[in-house]
Design a protein around this ligand. Sequence first.
Ligand code: SIN
Length: 290
Amino acid sequence: MFKIKTKRIADAIGADVLNIDIRQPLSSEQKQALLDAWAQFLVLRFRGQPLTDPQLIAFAENLGQLDPPGPNPQGKPYLPEFPELNVISNIKQNGQAIGGLGDGEAIWHADMTYMNSVPVGAVLHGIEVPPEGGNTYWSNNYMAFTTLPTELKQAIEGKKAIHDSTYNSAGIMRIGMQPVTDVRKTPGAQHALVVRHPRNGKELLFLGRRRNSYIVGMPVDESEALLDELWAHATQADFTMTQQWQRGDTIIWDNFATLHRRDPFDPNTRRLMHRAQIKGFTPVPARMAA
Ligand code: SIN
């Protein structure tokens, strides 16, 4: 009987997995233990296991069906041989970026919540990492919900927010978009602020991304103030973990139950990550207790 060994990264979220070699096919027992640990810790880290792209794809397939990246600013996959993978990098070759998100900050977000169907997770593999900076942080959306003060729970009861599709997390406008001048008309999916996790039914605070967000039906100033309170609550340090990247790290995260952000780093250093995304679900609104 396989027993997974884990070590917490932070009290609120995240664990290192100490006894799975993700370069090898997983047994059904290992796979089940991995899925259970993922559901428990929300973010799992595997250190010191450099992966080839086929190994990354094979490992990610243990978590669900892969969800190839949407169109990038270059209009073609960054890795033509492996179009199911995305590249996150600041590196340029012949003047052209080999991946997305550059070297700046990527603000708190969950991936692609501006779509109706939201990826359930992602796998990020560190191939080249800068000597400092470029740390990534994750926060726990279950904890954000369960600790939400009663008056905030009441204020968002039954409410939906718009999840902006105009900008990516690095502040780069997506192709074909226009600046938003009225948040009530922000393009992007509308999701309930409290949803149930598609795999276990637990309630969580589902914020997506702050920029251009709007709580449907509220006066704009009230929506702004309430969103600011919700975001400050959800991303407080006690609910987060920090990832200082080492070459050969692989992180998997639950994209419903977490938010993530990334620090900027020195543009004269190199950072290269390959990333797989796991197909998801349309979020289901939670009915909160009266
Ligand atoms: C991302 O937001 O998916 C990228 C995070 C990172 O670059 O660490």
